[in-house]
Design a protein. Structure first.
Length: 326
C-alpha cells in the first residue's frame, strides 16, 4: 500500500492550480482548516468551486492516505473479497473512491452521495481522466442523516462523514449504510477522541446487527481501552509543493491521525484475527514493548526480549497499526 495519490488523481489536482494564484488558495485552505477544527460542517465550509479546490489541495492527500490504509487492511483480512459495486457515502471530492479502486481493481461501477454540490462537481472534475468506474460514476445529492433510496453495493464506504451528522442521527445513518451493504462496510473518521467515540458506537450497532468485525479490532467484545485512552492510528504521507503551501508548512511529510472500522456481512470469508499493535512501540535495551489489542478482547503490554533474536527481528519491523503474525 502506498499513501501517494494515484498518478491520474495527482495530475488532476495539479491541473486545478493552472493559472491560479497560490496565495489565494493557501488563504482559503487555512480558513477551511480552521473551520473544521472549530467543528463546522462541510455545508458551512465548502460553498463554491474555489473552496472545493482548496480542500483538494489541503485535505484530499491525507484523507486518501487514511482510506488507503484502512482498505488495505480490510483486503488483507478478506483476501477473496472481490467487490463490483461501490457506494461512497459523504464522498466529498471522491478520494475514498480512488483509494478503493487502488485496493480492489474489480470495482466497475460507483455511486457517490454527498449533500454538497460543490464537492460532487469537484469529484466529477477529478475523475475525468481516471478509472471508468469513477469517471462514469453516478453522483447524487443526498442527506446522509436521512437514509433513503440508497443503492445496494458490495463495498460501502463513509470516510470523514459521520462527523458531519448530528449525534442523534448517526445511528440511523450507520444502520442505513449497513442495510445497503452486500459485502463490506468501511468507516473512517479523524483519529480524535470524538472520532473514536463515533466509531465505537457504530461498532456496537453493527455487532448487534450481525456484522463480523474485520479490523482494526481482532475481536467483537467490548473495547478494552479506558478513557482518557482511545484507539487511533497514524498514516504518514508526502507533501507536494502545493500541498505544503496550502497547509502553510515546511515539513516534507504529514502525519494523518485516523480511526477506522471494517465490518463485513457474515458470508464474507475472512482470516483469523491476530493481536494488533495499538500504539508506537517502546524500544529499550533489553526488549521491545508493544501495546496490543488481543483476540481475547484484552489490552496488554507485551515484552519481546532482544535475546530471542528471530522473534525480536520480526517484531521490530512492526509499525503502529500492524498485527502480529499468527
Amino acid at each position: 500500500m502506498t499513501p501517494n495519490l494515484p498518478a491520474p488523481l495527482r495530475l488532476a489536482a495539479d491541473r486545478l492550480m493552472e493559472g491560479v494564484a497560490r496565495a489565494g488558495v493557501a488563504e482559503r485552505a487555512d480558513k477551511i482548516s480552521q473551520a473544521y477544527r472549530a467543528g463546522r460542517s462541510s455545508a458551512a465550509v465548502i460553498k463554491d468551486a474555489e473552496d472545493a479546490q482548496a480542500y483538494v489541495l489541503a485535505r484530499l492527500p491525507a484523507t486518501y492516505a487514511a482510506c488507503a490504509r484502512a482498505f488495505d487492511e480490510a483486503a488483507r483480512i478478506a483476501p477473496d473479497f472481490r467487490p463490483l459495486s461501490l457506494l461512497d457515502a459523504g464522498a466529498g471530492p471522491g478520494g475514498a473512491g480512488w483509494a478503493a479502486l487502488e485496493t480492489w481493481s474489480s470495482l466497475d461501477r460507483a455511486v457517490l452521495l454527498d449533500s454538497n454540490r460543490a464537492f460532487l462537481a469537484m469529484a466529477g472534475t477529478l475523475a475525468e481522466g481516471g478509472p471508468e468506474a469513477l469517471a462514469l460514476a453516478e453522483r447524487r445529492v443526498a442527506d446522509l442523516a436521512q437514509p433513503k433510496d440508497w443503492p445496494v453495493a458490495d463495498l460501502v464506504v463513509a470516510s470523514y462523514a459521520l462527523a458531519e451528522i448530528a449525534p442523534a442521527a448517526q445511528a440511523a445513518t450507520v444502520a442505513g449504510l449497513w442495510a445497503v451493504c452486500a459485502g463490506l462496510l468501511v468507516l473512517v473518521e479523524p483519529g480524535t477522541p470524538d472520532g473514536y467515540a463515533r466509531i465505537l458506537a457504530a461498532r456496537d450497532l453493527l455487532i448487534a446487527q450481525g456484522a463480523q468485525i474485520l479490523a482494526p479490532c481482532p475481536h467483537a467484545q467490548a473495547c478494552p481501552l479506558v478513557a482518557p485512552d482511545w484507539c487511533h492510528f497514524v498514516q504518514r504521507l508526502p507533501r507536494s509543493r502545493d500541498h505544503k503551501l496550502a497547509k502553510g508548512a515546511d515539513a516534507p511529510f504529514e502525519d494523518e491521525k485516523f480511526i477506522y472500522l471494517a465490518a463485513a456481512q457474515p458470508h464474507v470469508a475472512a482470516l483469523a484475527r491476530t493481536a494488533r499493535v495499538i500504539a508506537p512501540a517502546r524500544t529499550l535495551k533489553p526488549a521491545i514493548t508493544l501495546k496490543l489489542c488481543t483476540p481475547e478482547g484484552a489490552m496488554e503490554h507485551r515484552d519481546f526480549p532482544r535475546r530471542d533474536k528471530p522473534t525480536y527481528a520480526s517484531v521490530r519491523r512492526l509499525d503502529w497499526g500492524d498485527t502480529l503474525e499468527s
